[in-house]
Design a protein around this ligand. Structure first.
Ligand code: HEC
Ligand code: HEC
Length: 335
Protein backbone atom coordinates (compact mmCIF):
# COMPACT_ATOMS: atom_id res chain seq x y z
CA UNK A 1 0.00 0.00 0.00
CA UNK A 2 1.23 3.46 -0.81
CA UNK A 3 1.03 6.16 1.74
CA UNK A 4 -1.36 9.06 1.31
CA UNK A 5 -0.07 12.12 -0.50
CA UNK A 6 -0.52 14.70 2.32
CA UNK A 7 1.68 12.77 4.64
CA UNK A 8 4.44 12.52 2.12
CA UNK A 9 4.19 16.25 1.42
CA UNK A 10 4.45 16.97 5.14
CA UNK A 11 7.53 14.78 5.33
CA UNK A 12 9.13 16.57 2.43
CA UNK A 13 8.37 19.92 4.01
CA UNK A 14 9.85 18.74 7.29
CA UNK A 15 12.98 17.49 5.58
CA UNK A 16 13.38 20.80 3.79
CA UNK A 17 12.84 22.66 7.02
CA UNK A 18 9.49 24.12 5.93
CA UNK A 19 7.50 22.68 8.81
CA UNK A 20 7.63 25.96 10.70
CA UNK A 21 6.45 27.83 7.64
CA UNK A 22 3.58 25.42 7.11
CA UNK A 23 2.49 25.79 10.72
CA UNK A 24 2.72 29.58 10.47
CA UNK A 25 0.64 29.61 7.31
CA UNK A 26 -1.97 27.41 8.97
CA UNK A 27 -2.17 29.77 11.95
CA UNK A 28 -2.53 32.75 9.61
CA UNK A 29 -5.23 31.01 7.66
CA UNK A 30 -7.33 30.76 10.80
CA UNK A 31 -6.73 34.32 11.94
CA UNK A 32 -9.72 36.60 11.47
CA UNK A 33 -9.34 40.17 10.30
CA UNK A 34 -10.15 42.75 12.99
CA UNK A 35 -10.56 45.98 11.13
CA UNK A 36 -11.96 45.63 7.64
CA UNK A 37 -14.07 48.60 6.55
CA UNK A 38 -14.19 48.07 2.81
CA UNK A 39 -13.64 44.36 2.28
CA UNK A 40 -16.16 41.87 3.61
CA UNK A 41 -15.22 41.18 7.25
CA UNK A 42 -15.45 37.41 6.69
CA UNK A 43 -13.30 37.38 3.55
CA UNK A 44 -11.20 34.19 3.43
CA UNK A 45 -7.64 34.81 4.57
CA UNK A 46 -6.06 33.63 1.33
CA UNK A 47 -8.22 36.00 -0.68
CA UNK A 48 -7.36 38.93 1.60
CA UNK A 49 -3.66 38.22 1.28
CA UNK A 50 -3.92 37.85 -2.49
CA UNK A 51 -5.51 41.32 -2.64
CA UNK A 52 -2.75 42.71 -0.41
CA UNK A 53 -0.09 41.18 -2.62
CA UNK A 54 -1.82 42.76 -5.59
CA UNK A 55 -1.57 46.16 -3.86
CA UNK A 56 2.17 45.82 -3.34
CA UNK A 57 2.76 44.93 -6.98
CA UNK A 58 0.42 47.58 -8.37
CA UNK A 59 2.11 50.32 -6.33
CA UNK A 60 5.66 48.93 -6.30
CA UNK A 61 5.79 49.01 -2.48
CA UNK A 62 6.00 46.62 0.45
CA UNK A 63 3.41 45.85 3.08
CA UNK A 64 4.90 48.48 5.40
CA UNK A 65 4.01 51.26 2.98
CA UNK A 66 0.51 50.99 4.43
CA UNK A 67 1.00 48.91 7.58
CA UNK A 68 2.94 49.69 10.74
CA UNK A 69 6.11 47.70 11.08
CA UNK A 70 9.83 48.11 10.76
CA UNK A 71 11.72 47.45 7.56
CA UNK A 72 13.35 44.02 7.71
CA UNK A 73 11.42 42.99 10.84
CA UNK A 74 8.60 40.46 10.68
CA UNK A 75 5.18 42.07 11.02
CA UNK A 76 3.31 41.30 14.20
CA UNK A 77 -0.11 40.01 13.13
CA UNK A 78 -1.93 42.53 15.32
CA UNK A 79 -0.21 45.43 13.56
CA UNK A 80 -2.06 44.85 10.30
CA UNK A 81 -5.34 45.95 11.88
CA UNK A 82 -3.91 49.35 12.95
CA UNK A 83 -4.75 52.45 10.96
CA UNK A 84 -1.69 54.51 11.94
CA UNK A 85 -0.31 55.02 8.46
CA UNK A 86 -2.08 57.61 6.28
CA UNK A 87 -1.41 55.48 3.19
CA UNK A 88 -3.71 52.77 4.54
CA UNK A 89 -6.62 55.17 4.78
CA UNK A 90 -5.84 56.57 1.36
CA UNK A 91 -5.89 53.01 0.06
CA UNK A 92 -9.38 52.53 1.50
CA UNK A 93 -10.62 55.56 -0.45
CA UNK A 94 -8.90 54.16 -3.52
CA UNK A 95 -10.61 50.81 -3.03
CA UNK A 96 -14.01 52.50 -2.90
CA UNK A 97 -13.18 54.68 -5.87
CA UNK A 98 -12.03 51.70 -7.92
CA UNK A 99 -15.17 49.81 -7.01
CA UNK A 100 -17.34 52.78 -8.03
CA UNK A 101 -15.52 53.12 -11.33
CA UNK A 102 -16.26 49.53 -12.14
CA UNK A 103 -19.78 49.29 -10.70
CA UNK A 104 -21.26 52.74 -11.25
CA UNK A 105 -19.53 54.11 -14.31
CA UNK A 106 -18.18 51.41 -16.57
CA UNK A 107 -21.45 49.51 -16.33
CA UNK A 108 -23.17 52.50 -17.97
CA UNK A 109 -21.16 52.12 -21.16
CA UNK A 110 -23.04 50.61 -24.05
CA UNK A 111 -21.26 48.15 -26.26
CA UNK A 112 -18.41 47.53 -23.86
CA UNK A 113 -15.19 45.87 -24.88
CA UNK A 114 -15.24 42.08 -24.74
CA UNK A 115 -14.15 40.75 -22.41
CA UNK A 116 -14.95 43.88 -20.36
CA UNK A 117 -11.95 45.82 -19.05
CA UNK A 118 -11.95 46.28 -15.29
CA UNK A 119 -10.18 49.15 -13.60
CA UNK A 120 -7.64 47.86 -11.10
CA UNK A 121 -5.10 49.62 -8.92
CA UNK A 122 -2.47 48.83 -11.52
CA UNK A 123 -4.50 50.49 -14.29
CA UNK A 124 -3.51 53.87 -12.87
CA UNK A 125 -0.55 53.10 -10.63
CA UNK A 126 1.69 51.13 -12.98
CA UNK A 127 4.04 50.13 -10.19
CA UNK A 128 4.34 53.53 -8.45
CA UNK A 129 2.64 54.83 -5.30
CA UNK A 130 1.85 58.12 -7.03
CA UNK A 131 0.68 57.68 -10.60
CA UNK A 132 2.55 60.52 -12.28
CA UNK A 133 3.96 60.69 -15.78
CA UNK A 134 7.71 60.98 -16.22
CA UNK A 135 7.07 64.45 -17.64
CA UNK A 136 5.37 65.55 -14.42
CA UNK A 137 8.06 64.06 -12.19
CA UNK A 138 10.86 65.72 -14.16
CA UNK A 139 9.08 69.07 -14.41
CA UNK A 140 8.67 69.11 -10.62
CA UNK A 141 12.35 68.25 -10.24
CA UNK A 142 13.25 71.12 -12.54
CA UNK A 143 11.02 73.64 -10.79
CA UNK A 144 12.40 72.67 -7.40
CA UNK A 145 16.06 71.97 -8.09
CA UNK A 146 17.03 73.07 -11.59
CA UNK A 147 18.67 71.22 -14.43
CA UNK A 148 21.27 69.18 -12.53
CA UNK A 149 18.76 67.60 -10.23
CA UNK A 150 16.43 66.95 -13.16
CA UNK A 151 19.13 65.04 -15.03
CA UNK A 152 20.06 63.16 -11.86
CA UNK A 153 16.42 62.29 -11.23
CA UNK A 154 16.01 60.99 -14.76
CA UNK A 155 19.07 58.77 -14.42
CA UNK A 156 17.94 57.44 -11.05
CA UNK A 157 14.43 56.66 -12.30
CA UNK A 158 15.83 55.02 -15.40
CA UNK A 159 18.20 52.86 -13.36
CA UNK A 160 15.36 51.75 -11.18
CA UNK A 161 12.44 51.45 -13.58
CA UNK A 162 13.80 50.85 -17.08
CA UNK A 163 12.13 47.83 -18.68
CA UNK A 164 9.16 48.07 -16.35
CA UNK A 165 5.85 49.72 -17.02
CA UNK A 166 6.01 52.61 -14.60
CA UNK A 167 7.57 55.33 -16.75
CA UNK A 168 7.98 55.93 -20.46
CA UNK A 169 11.70 56.13 -21.20
CA UNK A 170 11.09 56.59 -24.92
CA UNK A 171 11.88 59.69 -26.96
CA UNK A 172 8.86 61.80 -25.97
CA UNK A 173 9.05 62.72 -22.26
CA UNK A 174 12.44 64.48 -22.29
CA UNK A 175 11.41 66.36 -25.43
CA UNK A 176 8.17 67.46 -23.73
CA UNK A 177 9.99 68.72 -20.64
CA UNK A 178 12.61 70.44 -22.80
CA UNK A 179 9.79 72.24 -24.61
CA UNK A 180 8.38 73.63 -21.36
CA UNK A 181 11.81 74.55 -20.08
CA UNK A 182 12.58 76.44 -23.27
CA UNK A 183 9.26 78.27 -23.18
CA UNK A 184 10.04 79.26 -19.60
CA UNK A 185 13.12 81.03 -20.97
CA UNK A 186 15.92 78.52 -20.34
CA UNK A 187 17.12 77.38 -23.78
CA UNK A 188 20.46 76.10 -22.45
CA UNK A 189 18.76 73.77 -20.00
CA UNK A 190 16.38 72.64 -22.75
CA UNK A 191 19.34 71.89 -25.01
CA UNK A 192 20.90 69.77 -22.29
CA UNK A 193 17.72 67.71 -21.90
CA UNK A 194 17.56 67.18 -25.64
CA UNK A 195 21.20 66.06 -25.77
CA UNK A 196 20.39 63.60 -22.99
CA UNK A 197 17.40 62.42 -25.03
CA UNK A 198 19.71 61.50 -27.94
CA UNK A 199 22.10 59.79 -25.56
CA UNK A 200 19.26 57.70 -24.12
CA UNK A 201 17.48 57.10 -27.44
CA UNK A 202 20.37 56.99 -29.93
CA UNK A 203 18.29 55.55 -32.75
CA UNK A 204 15.48 58.07 -32.57
CA UNK A 205 15.36 60.45 -35.55
CA UNK A 206 12.89 62.56 -33.57
CA UNK A 207 15.36 62.99 -30.69
CA UNK A 208 18.17 63.86 -33.11
CA UNK A 209 16.09 66.44 -34.92
CA UNK A 210 15.12 68.09 -31.67
CA UNK A 211 18.71 68.12 -30.49
CA UNK A 212 19.85 69.59 -33.82
CA UNK A 213 17.22 72.36 -33.59
CA UNK A 214 18.14 73.29 -30.04
CA UNK A 215 21.88 73.26 -30.71
CA UNK A 216 21.45 75.34 -33.85
CA UNK A 217 19.20 77.79 -32.08
CA UNK A 218 21.75 78.29 -29.32
CA UNK A 219 24.60 78.71 -31.77
CA UNK A 220 22.78 81.42 -33.76
CA UNK A 221 21.10 83.08 -30.79
CA UNK A 222 24.50 84.15 -29.47
CA UNK A 223 24.59 86.56 -32.42
CA UNK A 224 27.61 85.05 -34.14
CA UNK A 225 26.69 83.80 -37.61
CA UNK A 226 30.00 81.94 -37.93
CA UNK A 227 29.35 79.82 -34.87
CA UNK A 228 25.85 79.15 -36.22
CA UNK A 229 27.25 77.91 -39.51
CA UNK A 230 29.92 75.85 -37.72
CA UNK A 231 27.25 74.19 -35.60
CA UNK A 232 25.29 73.43 -38.75
CA UNK A 233 28.33 71.68 -40.30
CA UNK A 234 29.00 69.70 -37.16
CA UNK A 235 25.38 68.60 -36.85
CA UNK A 236 25.14 67.70 -40.55
CA UNK A 237 28.22 65.49 -40.21
CA UNK A 238 26.91 63.92 -37.04
CA UNK A 239 23.28 63.34 -38.00
CA UNK A 240 23.15 63.62 -41.80
CA UNK A 241 21.05 65.81 -44.08
CA UNK A 242 17.74 64.01 -43.50
CA UNK A 243 17.89 64.96 -39.84
CA UNK A 244 19.46 68.41 -40.24
CA UNK A 245 16.98 69.24 -42.97
CA UNK A 246 15.88 72.50 -44.53
CA UNK A 247 12.80 72.37 -42.35
CA UNK A 248 14.91 72.22 -39.19
CA UNK A 249 16.92 75.30 -40.23
CA UNK A 250 13.74 77.09 -41.22
CA UNK A 251 12.10 76.36 -37.87
CA UNK A 252 15.17 77.60 -36.03
CA UNK A 253 15.01 80.82 -38.05
CA UNK A 254 11.40 81.36 -37.07
CA UNK A 255 12.11 80.55 -33.44
CA UNK A 256 14.81 83.22 -33.46
CA UNK A 257 12.48 85.67 -35.17
CA UNK A 258 9.73 84.85 -32.71
CA UNK A 259 11.98 85.57 -29.75
CA UNK A 260 12.99 88.95 -31.13
CA UNK A 261 16.45 87.86 -32.31
CA UNK A 262 16.11 89.40 -35.73
CA UNK A 263 19.76 89.55 -36.84
CA UNK A 264 20.41 85.91 -35.84
CA UNK A 265 17.21 84.95 -37.70
CA UNK A 266 18.52 86.67 -40.85
CA UNK A 267 21.78 84.72 -40.45
CA UNK A 268 19.92 81.41 -40.08
CA UNK A 269 17.79 82.05 -43.17
CA UNK A 270 20.90 83.11 -45.09
CA UNK A 271 22.37 79.72 -44.26
CA UNK A 272 19.16 78.03 -45.38
CA UNK A 273 19.22 79.91 -48.67
CA UNK A 274 22.85 79.03 -49.34
CA UNK A 275 22.22 75.35 -48.57
CA UNK A 276 18.93 75.22 -50.49
CA UNK A 277 19.29 77.75 -53.31
CA UNK A 278 16.26 76.39 -55.18
CA UNK A 279 13.88 76.78 -52.27
CA UNK A 280 11.34 79.54 -52.73
CA UNK A 281 10.26 79.04 -49.14
CA UNK A 282 13.80 79.72 -47.88
CA UNK A 283 13.89 83.08 -49.73
CA UNK A 284 10.40 83.94 -48.54
CA UNK A 285 11.53 83.38 -44.93
CA UNK A 286 14.68 85.41 -45.50
CA UNK A 287 12.55 88.23 -46.91
CA UNK A 288 10.40 88.18 -43.79
CA UNK A 289 13.44 88.39 -41.51
CA UNK A 290 14.94 91.26 -43.52
CA UNK A 291 11.63 93.08 -43.38
CA UNK A 292 11.52 92.57 -39.62
CA UNK A 293 15.03 93.96 -39.40
CA UNK A 294 13.93 97.03 -41.37
CA UNK A 295 16.22 96.13 -44.28
CA UNK A 296 13.79 97.02 -47.04
CA UNK A 297 16.23 96.66 -49.92
CA UNK A 298 17.29 93.10 -49.08
CA UNK A 299 13.74 92.15 -48.18
CA UNK A 300 12.61 93.16 -51.66
CA UNK A 301 15.48 91.18 -53.21
CA UNK A 302 14.65 88.07 -51.22
CA UNK A 303 10.91 88.21 -51.94
CA UNK A 304 11.62 88.79 -55.63
CA UNK A 305 13.77 85.69 -55.69
CA UNK A 306 11.11 83.73 -53.78
CA UNK A 307 8.51 84.70 -56.37
CA UNK A 308 10.87 83.83 -59.21
CA UNK A 309 11.40 80.33 -57.78
CA UNK A 310 7.72 79.87 -56.99
CA UNK A 311 5.37 82.11 -59.00
CA UNK A 312 2.41 80.74 -57.03
CA UNK A 313 3.72 82.26 -53.79
CA UNK A 314 0.96 84.79 -53.11
CA UNK A 315 2.44 85.77 -49.77
CA UNK A 316 5.68 86.88 -51.43
CA UNK A 317 3.73 88.81 -54.06
CA UNK A 318 1.69 90.61 -51.43
CA UNK A 319 4.69 91.41 -49.22
CA UNK A 320 6.60 92.66 -52.22
CA UNK A 321 3.72 94.96 -53.10
CA UNK A 322 3.62 96.34 -49.56
CA UNK A 323 7.37 96.87 -49.40
CA UNK A 324 7.50 98.64 -52.74
CA UNK A 325 4.60 100.95 -51.96
CA UNK A 326 6.06 101.99 -48.61
CA UNK A 327 8.86 103.72 -50.48
CA UNK A 328 9.46 106.52 -48.03
CA UNK A 329 9.59 103.67 -45.54
CA UNK A 330 7.70 103.76 -42.31
CA UNK A 331 9.73 100.74 -41.29
CA UNK A 332 13.14 102.32 -40.97
CA UNK A 333 14.20 101.00 -37.60
CA UNK A 334 17.34 98.96 -37.94
CA UNK A 335 18.37 96.27 -35.46
C1 HEC B 1 -1.58 50.18 -0.55
C2 HEC B 1 -1.75 49.91 0.86
C3 HEC B 1 -1.61 48.50 1.38
C4 HEC B 1 -0.56 47.64 1.18
C5 HEC B 1 0.70 47.87 0.35
C6 HEC B 1 -0.86 46.45 1.92
N1 HEC B 1 -2.05 46.60 2.57
FE1 HEC B 1 -2.92 45.28 3.87
N2 HEC B 1 -4.49 46.52 4.09
C7 HEC B 1 -4.66 47.71 3.44
C8 HEC B 1 -5.96 48.25 3.76
C9 HEC B 1 -6.56 49.55 3.25
C10 HEC B 1 -6.57 47.31 4.61
C11 HEC B 1 -7.96 47.42 5.23
C12 HEC B 1 -8.99 47.07 4.18
C13 HEC B 1 -10.38 47.35 4.66
O1 HEC B 1 -10.60 48.22 5.52
O2 HEC B 1 -11.32 46.65 4.19
C14 HEC B 1 -5.60 46.24 4.81
C15 HEC B 1 -5.82 45.14 5.61
C16 HEC B 1 -4.91 44.13 5.81
C17 HEC B 1 -5.10 43.03 6.72
C18 HEC B 1 -6.26 42.83 7.66
C19 HEC B 1 -5.93 43.44 8.99
C20 HEC B 1 -7.09 43.39 9.97
O3 HEC B 1 -7.00 42.59 10.88
O4 HEC B 1 -8.05 44.15 9.78
C21 HEC B 1 -3.99 42.25 6.62
C22 HEC B 1 -3.70 40.98 7.39
C23 HEC B 1 -3.13 42.85 5.65
N3 HEC B 1 -3.71 44.00 5.19
C24 HEC B 1 -1.94 42.33 5.26
C25 HEC B 1 -1.11 42.89 4.32
C26 HEC B 1 0.10 42.28 3.86
C27 HEC B 1 0.66 40.95 4.33
C28 HEC B 1 0.63 43.13 2.94
C29 HEC B 1 1.90 42.93 2.11
C30 HEC B 1 1.89 41.73 1.29
C31 HEC B 1 -0.25 44.26 2.83
N4 HEC B 1 -1.31 44.09 3.68
C32 HEC B 1 -0.05 45.34 2.00
C33 HEC B 1 -3.74 48.37 2.67
C34 HEC B 1 -2.54 47.82 2.24
C1 HEC C 1 -8.29 55.96 -11.57
C2 HEC C 1 -6.91 55.93 -11.18
C3 HEC C 1 -6.57 55.24 -9.86
C4 HEC C 1 -6.90 53.98 -9.46
C5 HEC C 1 -7.74 52.98 -10.18
C6 HEC C 1 -6.26 53.80 -8.19
N1 HEC C 1 -5.57 54.91 -7.83
FE1 HEC C 1 -4.52 55.15 -6.11
N2 HEC C 1 -4.08 57.06 -6.65
C7 HEC C 1 -4.51 57.67 -7.81
C8 HEC C 1 -4.11 59.06 -7.77
C9 HEC C 1 -4.37 60.08 -8.88
C10 HEC C 1 -3.41 59.25 -6.57
C11 HEC C 1 -2.77 60.53 -6.06
C12 HEC C 1 -3.74 61.28 -5.20
C13 HEC C 1 -3.11 62.55 -4.69
O1 HEC C 1 -3.16 63.53 -5.42
O2 HEC C 1 -2.55 62.51 -3.59
C14 HEC C 1 -3.42 57.97 -5.88
C15 HEC C 1 -2.85 57.76 -4.64
C16 HEC C 1 -2.83 56.57 -3.98
C17 HEC C 1 -2.20 56.32 -2.70
C18 HEC C 1 -1.40 57.36 -1.90
C19 HEC C 1 0.01 57.34 -2.40
C20 HEC C 1 0.89 58.35 -1.68
O3 HEC C 1 1.69 57.91 -0.86
O4 HEC C 1 0.76 59.55 -1.94
C21 HEC C 1 -2.38 55.03 -2.39
C22 HEC C 1 -1.87 54.31 -1.16
C23 HEC C 1 -3.17 54.44 -3.45
N3 HEC C 1 -3.43 55.40 -4.40
C24 HEC C 1 -3.61 53.13 -3.49
C25 HEC C 1 -4.43 52.61 -4.47
C26 HEC C 1 -4.96 51.28 -4.44
C27 HEC C 1 -4.67 50.25 -3.35
C28 HEC C 1 -5.75 51.14 -5.54
C29 HEC C 1 -6.60 49.95 -5.95
C30 HEC C 1 -7.59 49.57 -4.97
C31 HEC C 1 -5.69 52.40 -6.27
N4 HEC C 1 -4.89 53.25 -5.58
C32 HEC C 1 -6.37 52.64 -7.45
C33 HEC C 1 -5.20 57.09 -8.85
C34 HEC C 1 -5.73 55.82 -8.83
Amino acid sequence: MTRSTPLRLAMVLAILGYAGYAAHAAAQAEQKAQNLKVLAPDIPRQQLLAIMNGFTRALGVRCNYCHVGEEGQPHRPEDFAKDDKPAKNKARIMMRMTQDLNDKYLTQIEGRATPPVHVQCVTCHHGAPQPRTLQDVLQTSYDQGGIDSTVARYQALRDRYYGRFTYDFGEVPLADVAGHVREAGHPEDAARLLALNVEMNPKSAFARRQDASATLFMAFAGGNADSGRAAYRRLSDKYGPTVVSEEVVNNVGYQLLGSGKTAPAVAAFQLEVSEHPDSGNAYDSLGEAYAAAGDRKHAIEAYTKALELDPKNDNARQKLGELKSSKKGSKTKKK
